[in-house]
Design a protein around this ligand. Sequence first.
Ligand SMILES: [Zn+2]
Length: 411
Amino acid sequence: MKILTFVIAGFLASAVQAQQPWALDAVKIYPAPDVSPITGTIVIAGTKIRAVVAASDKGTTSVPRASQCNGGVVVAGFQNSHVHFTADEFRDARNLAAAELDSALTRMLTRYGYTTVFDIASDRDNTLALRDRIEKGDVRGPRILTAALPLFPSNGLPVYIKHMPTELLNKLPQPSSEAEALRIVRENFAAGTDGAKLFIATPQGDGTIKRMPLEIARVAVDEAHRRHKLAFAHPTDIQGIEDALEAHVDILAHPPLGAPAPWPEALMKQVRDAGMSMMPTLKLLQVELEKQGVTAAVAEQVLTENVAEFGKFAAMGGQVLFGTDVGYVTDYDPAREYELMAQAGLTSMQILASLTTTPALRWKEQKQRGRIAGGMNADIVVLDADPADSPRNFAAVRCAIRNGEIIYAKE
Ligand SMILES: [Zn+2]
């Protein structure tokens, strides 16, 4: 009886705690990329931001503070729209110890402030198991959206994934007919996935590129749209972008990295006018050039050229979504990506938009997330330094808060 009383009392205490508002004080709050920053306090109640109180307003807040998150620069939670849960540290997500998954998620994502991620190719059942454990509260982590099993051209896995475990490679769909493509996309959606991913063109390593027939790409994209979901494409080259446009793809997982400059201006305008988003993944190009063993001078030249071409797309008003391809890229630190985006001409506030308001709008969740304001989801990043001083400061994360819960706090 005593034990029972204790359990009930404990339950009530934690329930009260969960309901009780708490707050964090910020030296600077960026409510949104297009709103002037203020100094103040953010009050959080349950999963929502209850209020943002400017320091000039007296008599705020006697509510408790999360002291480890106080005193930083506050922005909305980030979305990384291009990740993969394919690394060894996520394999067997159903059975791995919670602490191991927790630390893998911290290393790859939450320590950099990603409160939402879109996994755009992985072992479906494993990623869904990982998501379940996070949503049950067994593991701390970001909100996971996933395209799960991507589609490749028939007999057309790209050369750069051939090192992956055979067990995974054997699961990767390479449909040779519209009916097969439709069946695979439907299976993905029935399992609970959130989008479709097409490898529309894949380099084979012998100088040839395999391409997905337009009618197969179309069937997959149309099925995603029928369910009000978005379709991603890996374009590889200029023709891949033309094909993605023809298939009405929504999001390019990369620019045509490595394509000779200048990228055709008319095509880039078409991408912009179609409302198709592009993810820069510029650090990926640097990583791949290093792998190919080209000289430092050549690598530097190719990278500079591609950064400038991407910058032209952004400057003409093309929609930019932040994404890094981590999971495939094994160096998880995004500081260099932010630096390259700035080199492409994006301001700190444009980079912030690619991480917050643009994905919120793209996923039609702008009423719930992407900004720091009363009534929004309490998805919050606290930075140690101001991104206005350096774009690298977007990676200097002190705390990440998702739905009102601290999912990362710097030691
Ligand atoms: Zn990728």
